[in-house]
Design a protein around this ligand. Structure first.
Ligand code: MG
Length: 393
């Protein structure tokens, strides 16, 4: 189980014009504050059980106005004077949850993406510490106190460290406790890990995951959000029916359910995934399941319909799109769907590579009416919403 600690304890004076300005983590970029943007991708990551934000004493009101409540967002705790004091406060606050891993992230990095978080979590499976790094693009000089170049530093093996920085929880908690009494100032958690002898692996960082520091950074951030805003949302629908025949199970939304009958079809007859595949294809206006996987082709006989859905998801990704939401309704008298609903949602989320919170599976009977009422077959309808770069077409 992993926990994220988001450090928002700074005053952020460098980005403000006067002490009356809100600290930079509470400033808005577009519709959301910097902090809300920094927190969101951790809340939506299924591998992160809870998010702990560390704030400066007296910031409770501006915090509450900045971040919406969420089931996995813990109440904020107060940090300390230095960044490392704030991180330590966050680490101590989550001790009772007994996390195995912790990701420490700077609130001033609002453009952290889901893929970067996953890279750090993945590296933590092999290493006690893992941080995202980016190559140093500028030539680096060592400069004397009177402003003269002393040396050009070889930059080939230099990397700039970003956050989130991930660690095995017990190790970094103990290291922070020792660091607190060492009298040494550390600029990031990887430095404390290094000092404590914890191996830290590097994963590719993301140039977009910048730390906002100056006014200029905020102007750039506004421009980035504006560019991100040039997306459009499209919704597609799908519908499918399969007839009952001989058999001892059905496959619905990629879950095998024992049943008195099977469903007839060329593939595995997964009526739920077929409807959803058509919904995704509909959202990108790219034919239908029959045009991509013709029933006349023998290779789709008995096929696992997960591959149809995966293909549709890849077509969406190929257009630079993202799947925002998937919603399936199964219509049948039997079998009962309710006991399998969450397994179906989990499978669809896994196939599409999205969070389970973006997947709905519902069921209804038709009150004994029509072909579903006569138990002759199962019908499914689905909608899918995708976000695509605006194309003007
Ligand atoms: Mg079908």
């Amino acid at each position: 189980m992993a926990i994220a600690v988001i450090v928002a304890g700074g005053l952020g004076v460098r980005a403000g014009t006067s002490p009356a300005d809100p600290p930079k983590q509470y400033r808005r970029i577009g519709a959301d504050t910097v902090l809300a943007r920094a927190v969101a991708p951790f809340l939506s990551n299924p591998r992160i059980a809870a998010v702990q934000v560390v704030i400066r004493e007296g910031h409770d009101e501006v915090y509450a106005a900045s971040v919406a409540p969420h089931a996995r967002l813990l109440p904020p705790v107060n940090g300390g004077e230095r960044r490392q004091d704030s991180v330590r406060a966050g680490l101590e606050a989550v001790a009772t949850l007994e996390p195995e891993e912790v990701l420490v992230h700077d609130a001033a990095r609002p453009f952290v993406g889901p893929a970067l978080i996953d890279r750090v979590l993945q590296a933590l499976e092999q290493h006690p510490g893992a941080i995202p790094v980016v190559p140093v693009a500028d030539t680096v000089k060592r400069v004397s106190a009177d402003g003269l170049v002393e040396a050009t530093v070889e930059r080939a093996d230099l990397r700039a460290a970003q956050t989130p920085q991930g660690f095995r929880y017990d190790a970094i908690r103990a290291a922070h406790a020792r660091a607190a009494v060492s009298g040494i100032d550390f600029t990031d958690d990887a430095a404390i890990a290094e000092w404590a002898g914890i191996d830290v692996a590097c994963v590719p960082g993301d140039p977009a995951n910048r730390k906002l520091t100056t006014w200029g950074d905020f102007d750039l951030a506004e421009a980035m959000v504006e560019r991100l805003g040039t997306f459009e949302y499209r919704t597609g629908s799908g519908f499918d029916v399969h007839r009952f025949g001989d058999g001892d199970h059905v496959v619905l939304c990629s879950v095998r359910i024992p049943h008195s009958h099977g469903l007839l079809g060329h593939s595995d007859a997964d009526v739920g995934l077929h409807a959803l595949t058509d919904a995704l294809l509909g959202a990108i206006a790219d034919g239908d399941i029959g045009s991509h996987f013709p029933p006349s082709e023998p290779r789709w006989r008995g096929a696992d319909s997960a591959q149809f859905l995966r293909h549709a998801a890849e077509l969406v990704a190929g257009r630079g799109g993202a799947i925002v939401h998937a919603d399936v309704t199964l219509m049948c008298e039997t079998p009962k769907i309710g006991p399998h609903r969450d397994a179906m949602r989990a499978r669809i989320a896994e196939i599409l590579g999205i969070g389970i919170g973006r997947v709905a599976v519902k069921a209804t009977t038709s009150e004994g009416l029509g072909f579903t009422g006569r138990r002759e077959g199962i019908a499914a309808q689905a909608t899918a919403t995708v976000r695509l770069p605006e194309s003007g077409q």
